[in-house]
Design a binder for this molecule. Structure first.
Ligand code: XUL
Length: 534
């Protein structure tokens, strides 16, 4: 590897399936990337897709020691390629959200007394009070969710305080379940970390604080006051505050690289570690969505909409508000839709012979508004809006249910209803688009771009940003370091100008947009009739 002398900034991404490192220079150029895939490279942990699914079908966990072994493997691989660790000025990271790591009494001593001749994972085998960390795919805590909502005065009350109603994967509910089902393990846990703060703590050699943004995915943090909600902590488990530590702003410097990394890999002693955060907050940083109104629409297996906002309106029904990872005064909203690309593909396969071109032709044969017809395709149980009964729900121009549309009608209906639903639920949380950035597999498709521009009434740019979480972590390393060096918060935009996506791929048609404004109210009404019916 060519020795790179300029300061480097490293972003780590501990995602569900892999651990990645992405390195940028001060001019924001990506210098190199390295990856360890859990299933392939660490077969001794026998994960599938990085996790273990349990027999009850609801419990999903990952072995936390695997994440330690992955860090060994990643840095060993970089050393084998003569990576110039000494030039890394600062490092930050990203973790899959919500997952929790239970650290036994004595962990701090073990982190302090590491021998540089041994890998981390053989020395840290015994730090875990629980060797199966619940991750975001776990949905086994419905009872704990209902109990939290009862304790705090209902779903809307939980959302008003913590940014989201009680969700099964959110960490407070996971902690409550551990305390109820394995009290001895809870008692052994001196610290409870998120995946993000756990990884940061490995690097600094001392348990690292949880940052405000990832901390917002726990149902425990007051997103306005930025402190733990005492009643939520008490409702989940006793003596929780001391186990969680004090949360910090996401741009905080949480330490320097521990001596083990300095001796073993040649990191500089002064290399700063900036607080790690969740993958979605890091993606927001990676896409540089710092302007309120810049909204990303990620069109993937599931669709996700997220963006920065100043005046959030958390919902007791759907979506999430997190503290913003790059603006300590701001917020980010995020909404997940389970019926995304796979659902569009199923309509394409049925009506367009599997061809996106034919799908596009069918879309173009019907006018915006589909002659007043609305069709909702919930081929998977939907998260937003919560609709458990799967199926296609078609309505005529007077909102009367109908069994079928013609094929062109179905094609237009799936696109329009999905994007209208994104707009509806985004607006409910306070997202006011100024422009959209489309990312993900389907984001280059002209049909999708036309539909998004007309439904939202704003220009749409396409941004092909793979590894946005790792890139966001590298950006935050640079930004956090500058804040640390200046001893004050510097606006993210002063260091990283707004999103690089400047090429507008679709402009809205005002006439079509007017039609969608009217349809939006009908979609809201029709959706509410379908919600949570089993
Ligand atoms: C967000 C969520 C997932 C995880 C894993 O709430 O559960 O996106 O962060 O990627």
């Amino acid at each position: 590897m060519k020795t790179q002398k300029t300061p480097l900034y490293l972003g780590l991404d501990a995602s569900t399936q892999s651990l990645k490192a992405l390195i940028i220079d001060a001019a924001l150029n990506v210098q190199s990337e390295f990856v360890v895939n859990f299933d392939r490279d660490l077969p001794q942990f026998a994960t599938q897709g990085g996790v273990h699914r349990h027999d009850d079908k609801l419990t999903v966990t990952a072995p936390p020691l695997m994440w330690v072994a992955a860090l060994d493997r990643l840095f060993d691989g970089m050393r084998a390629e003569e990576f110039p660790f000494q030039h890394i000025t600062a490092l930050s990271g990203s973790g899959q959200q919500h997952g929790s790591v239970y650290l036994a009494h004595g962990t701090e001593g073990k982190l302090r007394d590491l021998s540089a001749t041994e890998p981390l994972h053989t020395q840290l085998e015994t730090i875990f009070a629980l060797d199966a960390s619940p991750v975001w795919m776990d949905s086994s805590t419905t009872a704990q969710c209902r109990a939290l909502e009862t304790a705090l005065g209902g779903a809307q009350a939980v959302a008003d305080l913590t940014g989201s109603r009680a969700y099964e994967r959110f960490t407070g509910n996971q902690i409550a379940k551990l305390h109820q089902t394995q009290p001895e393990r809870y008692a052994q846990s001196e610290r409870i970390a998120l995946v993000s703060s756990f990884m940061a703590g490995l690097l600094t050699g001392t348990p690292a604080p949880i940052d405000f943004s990832d901390g917002s995915g726990m149902n425990l943090l007051d997103i306005r006051q930025r402190e733990w909600v005492a009643t939520a902590l008490t409702a989940c488990a006793p003596d929780l505050a001391s186990r969680l530590g004090t949360p910090v702003p996401s741009h905080s410097c949480v330490g320097t690289m521990a001596p083990w990394f300095v001796q073993r890999y040649g990191f500089s002693k002064s290399c700063r570690v900036i607080a790690f955060s969740g993958d979605n907050p890091n993606s927001l940083a990676g896409l540089r969505l710092q302007e309120a109104g810049d909204i990303a629409v990620s069109l993937g297996t599931s669709d996700t909409v997220f963006g920065s906002l100043r005046d959030p309106r958390p919902s007791g029904q759907e979506g999430h508000v997190f503290v913003n990872p790059i603006d300590p005064e701001g917020y980010m909203a995020m909404i997940c839709f389970k019926n995304g690309s796979l659902t569009r593909e199923r309509v394409r396969d049925r009506h367009a012979g599997g061809s996106w071109t034919d799908f596009g032709d069918a879309f173009a044969r019907t006018p915006p508004g589909n002659h007043g017809r609305i069709g909702m395709f919930f081929l998977e149980p939907e998260i937003t809006p919560p609709v458990l009964n799967t199926g296609v729900f078609r309505f005529d121009e007077r909102d009367r249910p109908v069994a079928e549309f013609d094929r062109d009608g179905d094609v237009r209906a799936v696109v329009e209803s999905q994007f209208l639903s994104m707009r509806l639920h985004g607006e409910r949380l306070g997202l006011q688009p100024r422009r959209l950035l489309a990312t993900g597999g389907a984001s280059q498709d002209p049909v999708m771009l036309r539909g998004l521009a007309d439904v939202f009434g704003v220009p749409v740019a396409v941004i092909d940003q793979r590894d946005s979480a790792a890139l966001g972590a590298a950006y935050r390393a640079l930004h956090g370091y500058r804040c640390y060096a200046a001893d004050r918060f510097i606006p993210f935009a002063d260091i990283l100008p707004s999103s690089p996506a400047t090429h507008v791929a679709a402009e809205p048609d005002p006439e079509a947009h007017r039609i969608y404004n009217t349809m939006l109210k009908r979609v809201a009404r029709l959706e509410s009739q379908l919600c949570i019916k089993g």
